[in-house]
Design a binder for this molecule. Structure first.
Ligand SMILES: Cc1ncc(COP(=O)(O)O)c(C=O)c1O
Length: 405
């Protein structure tokens, strides 16, 4: 008999959600079904599965039992009905775009997005005849102004990568409802442990599972979560036709990491607070951006919708681009990596890396300043993280004066 999974607490769901030991092997851990295809007992049965009269697996591009456990577990954790695992986070955003909009439509979205998502919406969407209308998220009327009768969905990321601006999900969800269109939220930075957009009215939640959910820079993955009807439609149409399915091995790795998500997130958050406190008092640092700081312009919203403030920290180094790059080059424990949400502390200088393909004006709109550093604070001992940041900042201060861009 299937356990009463809906009634379990969050940390229990992380370990057990979506899986009951299968009746054949009784395997305690979720089995890795590393297969592309599945047999049918007869052509009659095949026809029934193909026509969706009968539940069953056809081909891993459409569904897979290991991927299915991750889909169900994540749906339980996000408080949504169903999920669809994808090869990467960006294939999850692409599926949203393909499934909700077409030629002649518009989408209204925050420009404060991960650089890759910004490029997908600003470059690929127009090539499909879909117009991105960028919302001025600092204007309280910004979303309303961006919505027209052609708008098919609203899209946001909060906290935004890498500017860490926070958007009031409940407010935007209410507008979406008024206009009868879905709100899509990228919840990658928070994971459902820190923020549950569906509880605040979002209709669809996506993740790059490559980040905190995988947790250790092993697997690429993404997921789209929403109503059962929406997920069934996407699985049967765009997902099946376009082919962005997840590797079952990656889903299996992500399922293992999910078991420790609450423990890791608590440690990530407490380490991040230690780093923030240190940076705030450092003379080489112009400004620290962290939703947990009272000085953060969106602190009140963050307090309202997040359980804790996450482990992404941004700060502006005095001395612009050259100082930003020098800080990164002097780090020893922290790695220069184009990823986040790892057990290891990672650092990057967005202006010269993730956001380099954007023009200076686009960088400005996306909130990327010349000396901005993004830290993804890991779960090492905080003393070691602070010592590394301290020695790298000390080297910059003792170097000949930098010129800003
Ligand atoms: C917030 C956010 N969403 C989506 C993505 C894209 O995910 P992936 O790299 O798995 O395609 C990223 C990647 O950094 C991200 O930071």
């Amino acid at each position: 008999m299937k356990p009463m999974q809906d009634s379990w607490q969050f940390d229990t769901q992380c370990i057990h959600g979506g899986y009951t030991p299968d009746p054949v092997s009784h395997s305690r851990q979720v089995p890795l079904y590393m297969t592309s295809s599945y047999t049918f007992d007869s052509s009659e049965e095949a026809a029934a599965v193909f026509s969706t009269e009968k539940e069953g697996y056809i081909y891993t591009r459409i569904n897979n039992p290991t991927n299915a456990v991750l889909e169900e577990r994540m749906a339980l954790l996000e408080g949504l009905e169903a999920g669809l695992t994808t090869s990467t986070g960006l294939s999850a955003t692409l599926l949203v775009l393909l499934s909700l909009a077409q030629v002649g439509d518009e989408i209204a979205l925050s420009p404060k997005l991960y650089g890759g998502a910004y490029r997908q919406f600003s470059y690929n969407a127009p090539r499909m005849g879909i117009t991105p209308v960028w919302v001025d998220v600092d204007d309280p009327q910004g979303w309303e102004k961006a919505i027209s009768p052609k708008t098919r969905f609203l899209y946001l990321e909060t906290p935004g990568n890498p500017t860490l601006n926070v958007i009031d999900i409940a407010h935007v969800a209410q507008l979406a409802k008024q206009h009868g269109i879905p709100l899509v939220v990228d919840n990658t930075f928070c994971t459902p442990y820190l923020q549950r957009p569906a509880d605040l009215g979002a209709d669809i939640v996506i993740h790059s599972t490559t980040k905190y959910l995988a947790g250790n820079s092993t697997a690429m993955g993404g997921i789209v979560l929403g109503s059962q009807d929406y997920i069934n439609r996407v699985r049967g149409e765009d997902y099946r036709n376009v082919g962005p399915a997840a590797s079952p091995f990656n889903s299996w790795l992500i399922l293992l990491s999910l078991e420790t998500l609450p423990l890791r997130m608590d440690k990530h958050c407490s380490n991040a607070k230690a780093v923030v406190q240190y940076l705030e008092n450092h003379p080489a640092v112009e400004k620290v951006i962290y939703p947990g700081l009272a000085s953060h312009p969106d602190h009140a919203i963050a307090q309202k919708q997040m359980r804790d403030f996450g482990a992404m920290v941004a700060f502006e180094i005095k001395g612009g681009v050259s100082a930003g790059k020098a800080f990164i080059d002097n780090l020893k424990l922290c790695s220069l990596v184009a990823n986040l949400g790892d057990a290891r502390t990672l650092a990057i200088h967005p202006a010269s890396t993730t956001h380099l393909p954007l023009s200076e004006e686009e960088q400005r709109v996306a909130g990327i300043t010349p000396g901005l550093i993004r830290l993804s604070v890991g779960i090492e001992n905080p003393k070691d993280i602070l010592a590394d940041v301290e020695q790298a900042l000390a080297k910059i201060q003792s170097a000949p004066k930098m010129t800003s861009r």
